[in-house]
Design a protein around this ligand. Structure first.
Ligand SMILES: Cc1ncc(COP(=O)(O)O)c(C=O)c1O
Length: 375
């Protein structure tokens, strides 16, 4: 039996999104920049999707810039904003997604100065630490709303208020928050907010950057000047229609009970296990844990053989396995970070999946321990 428990990686597409995508692909097949009827049909679909997303978020339609996903949105906000400003200082956190860490690192190599604020043991960044890092020449603060590995929610409203007070631009990576907890660019006083369609059952390769009125950006890939000269390239009309159709389609809060049942059962069956961020406010569907002595990647493969799709906390880059930078920043040991496994629940999951996963973990642990003992 196959069980998908990796919704933070991607949420399989909703029927409504697939239908909207197929319909737009067939019926709105013109280029939305063309002036003829076919172009106007495509433009209408695009405008409707823009209005739907803006309405959902409570922002102006003109602030929506469609992109190819969360990675591009983060890059556009960070690099596009900094390109228009005098070199200075950036504040981010040590637990951001690589789609924030990497563009910030590039700017650092080009001469910008960077402070990476560390989280506490629970995985939450403290707004006071961000305040303490602020300088005269701080131009941008970039903080995620919720962490992709731990689900820990960050104090973005507090940080946003600090930034507004000091006149510093504030970017929020809200990719893991959409569909999980209320997001409000206005309450957060954010100037830029990144979103991705595939985390909520929309298509992969589509996203948006919400840009507050008055904030200007330099395009990172100049071209035909689409999206009000903020993101060139013919818009992915079917994908964008699918994104709009997926909005509000999933309430991840429905999975909090399942997640909590999973963690209770795990800790009862394996008291030596550690659940990270359990005392912090978290997105409702996410759990990351480690079982001492067991390698995360090996567990992941064993679980895969048994039909469970989960994620390990270690990232694989250029064939080299790196322990989770998020858990390390929280003070986890290298061994804990290497043995971590992330489970993220979503549509189609049942309590039975959660309990079956614990049973499988216990069986694998017994088997691997037996093999280690026999060796
Ligand atoms: C917090 C966060 N930011 C950005 C991204 C990148 O989004 P995308 O896959 O749409 O490029 C992800 C994807 O996992 C994410 O979790």
């Amino acid at each position: 039996m196959q069980r998908y428990l990796d919704f933070n990686a991607t949420c399989p597409p909703l029927e409504s999104a697939l239908d909207a995508q197929a319909q737009a692909a067939r019926q709105a097949c013109g280029n939305p920049s063309s002036l003829h009827w076919a172009g106007r049909n495509a433009r209408r679909v695009l405008d409707d999707a823009r209005d739907a997303l803006a309405g959902f978020l409570g922002v102006e339609s003109g602030s929506v810039v469609f992109t190819s996903g969360g990675t591009e949105s983060n890059n556009l906000a960070i690099s596009g904003f900094c390109a228009n400003h005098k070199q200075g200082h950036i504040i981010t956190t040590a637990i951001e997604h690589p789609a924030v860490l990497q563009p910030v690192e590039r700017l650092e190599q080009a001469g910008w100065q960077v402070t990476r604020v560390r989280p506490d043991k629970r995985g939450a960044v403290c707004a006071d630490d961000v305040a303490a890092a602020m300088r005269e020449d701080t131009r941008l603060v970039a903080v995620m709303a919720a962490n992709n590995e731990t689900g820990v929610v960050q104090p973005v409203a507090e940080i946003g208020a600090l930034c507004r007070e000091k006149g510093i631009a504030f970017m929020v990576d809200a990719v893991q928050m959409l569909g999980k907890t209320k997001i409000s660019m206005c309450d957060w006083q954010a100037d830029f907010m990144s979103l991705s369609a595939h985390k909520i059952g929309g298509p992969r390769g589509v996203g948006a950057l919400i840009v507050r009125r008055g904030m200007n950006l330099q395009e990172i890939a100049p071209g035909g000047g689409q999206e009000r000269k903020r993101r060139s390239g013919t818009e992915n009309v079917p994908g964008i229609a699918g994104f709009a159709a997926a909005l509000g389609g999933i309430d991840f809060n429905a999975y909090a009970t399942m997640r909590d049942a999973f963690e209770s059962a795990l800790l009862e069956a394996v008291p030596a296990a550690t659940v990270f961020g359990r005392d912090a406010q978290r997105t409702p569907n996410t759990s990351i844990f480690c079982i001492p002595g067991l390698d995360g990647e090996t567990m992941l493969m064993q679980l895969d053989l048994a039909g469970f799709a989960v994620a390990s906390g270690s990232a694989c880059s250029s064939g080299k396995r790196e322990p989770s930078h998020v858990l390390l920043a929280m003070g986890a040991t290298q061994e804990q970070a290497r043995s971590s496994i992330r489970v993220s629940f979503g549509p189609g999951n049942t309590q039975e999946d959660a309990i079956a996963l614990v049973g499988e973990l216990v069986r694998i642990r017994k088997r691997l321990r037996g093999m280690a003992g026999a060796a």
